[in-house]
Design a protein around this ligand. Structure first.
Ligand code: ATR
Length: 275
């Protein structure tokens, strides 16, 4: 039986649950695999990545913070999604043994919303908080769902404007400030893509952004609800959702790229809720 060699690169990496997630996926298909956590550094990352495939027998790897942009730079072949994201979280080799990079974060979010949460994006009004790498990573798959509108709100408005320009070939994205957000109506979907959850800060304080029909999604997740989701629930949001489902769904896409098997995610999402 083939024994796949997978890994995830990051720094720090100890906290990563990817080995457990992928081992649960592999069990669904009786696939033998080894999935390691690899701690790297900015200086060593590109060499470590190359070596994993050329001399360590690697079949596929994930890349997490802070190396997604370096992985993007290193991969010879990029999917259109990775090109737009300018970040890579899934690496594999093609038949010519070239390093190929994809970004499954945005599709992970979209799949979680559509398939696990029954939240439709087509025709909806979406407000995204943040204009950093996480936002860049999700925009192309979100745009592909053909929402009615997307507004980016960021503390530093210029960064939102810059992102809007980068995606202007795909969609007309409006921008505003998180300090004083101007929004025509309460959004159907409010996504927190800032890194504020990591420091338990609130990315925005205007309670008018959350209406009774607004679904609030935090790309981050912790065992307890994030500050943003607690705030959203207090504002009367229709539903609050954390990033567990997105984590499981982006991993499922990577697993399918590497093995051609599409795993079910519900057991993993339940496991993430308890671990
Ligand atoms: P990531 O890769 O996680 O997106 P990043 O590229 O550093 O990280 O972007 C972090 C985002 O979170 C930025 O949009 C940042 O706003 P600025 O561009 O104004 O810095 C946003 N952010 C971080 N902490 C925040 C806070 N406390 N309130 C509001 N926005 C915050």
């Amino acid at each position: 039986m083939t024994s796949y060699q997978f890994a995830v690169f990051g720094n720090p990496i100890e906290q990563s649950k990817s080995p457990q997630i992928h081992s649960r996926f592999a069990q669904q298909f009786n696939i033998a695999m080894d999935y390691r956590k690899i701690l790297s550094t900015a200086e060593l990352f590109e060499n470590d990545l190359q070596e994993f495939f050329t001399s360590k027998g690697g079949n596929g790897c994930n890349v997490t913070a802070p190396f997604k942009e370096q992985a993007y730079n290193k991969c010879e072949i990029l999917t259109p999604t990775a090109q737009k994201a300018r970040a890579v979280n899934t690496v594999y080799l093609d038949e010519k043994k070239r390093l190929c990079g994809h970004n499954s974060d945005g599709a992970g979010l979209v799949n979680d919303l559509l398939n696990n949460q029954q939240v439709t994006l087509a025709g909806s009004n979406i407000l995204i908080l943040g204009a950093g790498g996480a936002t860049r990573g999700i925009l192309e798959p979100v745009i592909a769902q053909q929402p009615a509108s997307i507004i980016l709100a960021n503390r530093t408005v210029e960064k939102a404007e810059q992102l809007s320009r980068e995606f202007s070939d795909l969609y007309k994205i409006h921008t505003t400030s998180t300090e004083n957000p101007q929004y025509p109506a309460t959004p159907d979907l409010l996504i927190n893509a800032t890194s504020a959850s990591l420091t338990a800060n609130l990315p925005v304080s205007d309670r008018n952004l959350v209406g009774p029909a607004t679904v609030c999604y935090d790309l981050a997740y912790k065992q307890e609800p994030t500050a943003f989701l607690n705030w959203a629930a207090d504002c009367g949001a229709a539903k609050t959702i954390d990033g567990k489902g997105m984590l499981a769904e982006q991993a499922a896409i990577s697993f399918e790229i590497w093995t051609r098997h599409r795993p079910a995610t519900s057991d993993v999402i339940t496991w993430l809720g308890n671990n």
